[in-house]
Unconditional design. Structure first.
Length: 489
């Protein structure tokens, strides 16, 4: 709509803030409890949502279970038509979603529109392309190999890229012929209400898509352990992902997880340092550093560290921290008080453990006296055993780590419990490819490429299992059946 944030929220979200979306209708919670939604720019609650409990999960799962037999037998054309209708309705609401994200999670409006809500369009468009050509069946020898929808899926999504993660789970679920229950983040829940309105307007059959607002330990826990949910797809912290997997284990359901990261960015000696350092700093600090695959550990030749420090300082000081509606703002606040306090604790840990503060440091930027705003911070002389090099900070905080030689850089980059992403920068593409082959990470980005929604997204080690995006996401929502003797031998 493009109206002001206050006007938008009054006009749209208030209608469904205290409801869930179940079986094709907005319904009141069976176990209601109110939770504040806080504007991170002001630190003040501006509305409340009603969160549910296990009975609400039971009702939503029952609706999804009842809808599965018929929806799982829909044709490719029917699902394509549905995805196209969802895309059309989604694009009508992108501005609404962007303005809502600015209010509830602190993304600058321009960034929220171009990047945050823009990813929804990109994933829906990609999934339509994938479904048009996806091979559900093929014969191998005398055996038919068939991919069939896994069943009822539970989807738990985070607050940092909320609509991105909703769409990149719901779209392949629809394409596969699954039915589903979504639990969005209770920290940034209003965009999920708009998404549910989009699904309703697109004519998604009753029971195919359901949404229950709730807290992770309550609603997420009930979904993970539910005997009538066949698969859980979770994006969030490694700690929470472990709890989901433990709860799901009792019913032996499939669990697909996209978890934390501590991604290395290796700058090889043959790269243009001015460009590589600048892009590395600005890319890492985008979304206020709240991206699981952010390149937070920058590895540089030890004899070039002083040069890198100067470039990184200049780049970080170009980052404008400010109000989400200000045209000049680069990054807004981080999402919550909990997140702000964690980042401040880790910045202080870096200082206490002897890292050099190149720029930034504790506290808010000088021009801001309230809101969860963090100073863009760069540390140098960081060792890989320091807390800031081990823990996921999830804020605009970069660590520069010197390395002796290439083998040392590779060893240090892989010395982490995480393995979501790695970045390699080189003036020689063949050289970059050789180093990329040594990275223990699910995604390796060579020379800051454009994003690719067809590339499988997911991690090694404690960054999770399973893959999202494109064909790989559709595979995740499928069971594989072998019909042996399908053809005469």
């Amino acid at each position: 709509m493009g109206c002001g944030l206050d006007g938008y929220l009054e006009e749209y979200s208030m209608e469904h803030e205290r409801q869930h979306y179940v079986n094709g209708a907005w319904v009141d919670p069976l176990q209601p409890s109110l939770v504040d939604v806080v504007d991170p720019s002001t630190e003040e609650a501006f509305t409340k949502i009603a969160v549910g409990g296990p009975k609400d999960v039971d009702r939503a799962v029952a609706a999804a279970r009842a809808a599965f037999p018929s929806f799982s037998r829909t044709s490719r054309k029917e699902r394509l038509d549905l995805l196209r209708a969802i895309l059309s309705e989604y694009n009508k609401r992108r501005q609404d979603i962007a303005e809502t994200l600015a209010r509830e999670m602190g993304a600058p409006v321009k960034f929220a529109l171009q990047a945050q809500s823009g990813t929804g369009t990109a994933h829906l468009t990609r999934m339509i392309e994938v479904l048009e050509n996806y091979k559900f069946e093929y014969v191998e020898g005398s055996t038919l190999i068939a991919r069939e929808p896994i069943g009822v899926v539970g989807l738990i999504t985070p607050w940092n890229w909320p609509i991105n993660q909703i769409v990149c789970k719901v779209a392949p679920g629809i394409a596969a012929g699954c039915t589903m229950v979504l639990k969005p983040s209770e920290v940034a829940p209003l965009n999920a209400i708009i998404w549910s309105e989009v699904m309703h307007a697109a004519g998604v059959p009753a029971g195919v898509y359901n949404m229950v607002q709730g807290e992770g330990a309550v609603v997420g826990g009930a979904m993970s352990a539910h005997p009538d949910i066949d698969m859980m797809s979770f994006t969030g912290s490694t700690r929470a992902g472990i709890l989901v997997a433990q709860a799901a284990a009792t019913t032996v359901k499939r669990v697909s997880q996209e978890l934390g990261g501590k991604s290395a960015n290796i700058l090889l000696p043959d790269v243009d340092f001015q460009t590589a350092v600048t892009k590395g700093v600005l890319g890492m600090m985008g979304n206020s550093g709240q991206s699981c695959n952010a390149p937070t550990r920058m590895f540089v030749p030890a004899d070039r560290q002083d040069e890198v420090k100067a470039i990184a300082k200049a780049a970080a000081e170009r980052v404008v921290v400010g109000g989400v509606n200000d045209a000049g703002t680069t990054i807004g606040p981080v999402v919550s008080e909990v997140q702000y306090n964690k980042i401040q604790r880790l910045i202080q840990a870096g200082i206490d453990e002897g890292a050099e503060v190149v720029t930034g440091g504790p506290g808010r930027p000088e021009n801001l006296n309230r809101g969860y705003f963090v100073r863009p911070t760069v540390f140098a002389g960081v060792r890989n055993d320091m807390t800031i090099a081990r823990e996921e900070i999830f804020g605009p905080v970069l660590s520069i780590l010197p390395y002796k030689d290439e083998a040392d850089a590779v060893r240090l980059a892989n010395d982490t419990i995480y393995g979501l992403a790695a970045y390699v920068q080189s003036g020689d593409l063949q050289h970059a490819r050789r180093v990329a082959a040594e990275m223990r990470a699910g995604n390796v980005f060579v020379n800051y490429p454009a994003s690719d929604t067809a590339a499988p997204f997911g991690g090694y080690k404690q960054s999770g299992n399973g893959r999202e995006y494109g064909k790989w996401a559709l595979d995740e929502f499928m069971e594989i059946k072998a019909v042996i003797g399908y053809e005469a031998a």
